[in-house]
Unconditional design. Structure first.
Length: 94
């Protein structure tokens, strides 16, 4: 979180990191890519994680992998590692 002063106002610039699945990029074998979406100052950047998941194993409302996914632990480890890497970069002072 970075604080910027403008006279009497203090503006907080927060970076939000979300895990999303691009459901509009459905492949021939019913898989969708899992990505990170970084939002800062209303600007978004999509970072693809290089993993795809079957559309039946993705919970769109909770934005996470369903419990019936056979590779759930493996995929969650990859997602948490990548998310942690970007959270660390956001928290480092410039």
């Amino acid at each position: 979180m970075i604080l910027v002063g403008f006279g009497a106002f203090v503006l907080q610039m927060k970076t939000k990191i979300e895990v999303i699945a691009e459901t509009y990029r459905l492949t021939a074998n019913n898989c969708i890519p899992v990505c990170l979406r970084l939002t800062k100052d209303r600007k978004r950047k999509i970072i693809r994680l290089g993993i795809s998941i079957n559309v039946l194993h993705w919970d769109a409302t909770k934005k996470k992998i369903k419990s019936n996914c056979p590779d759930k632990e493996y995929l969650e480890n990859i997602i948490s590692e990548k998310k942690g890497k970007y959270q660390k970069q956001v928290l480092e002072p410039v």
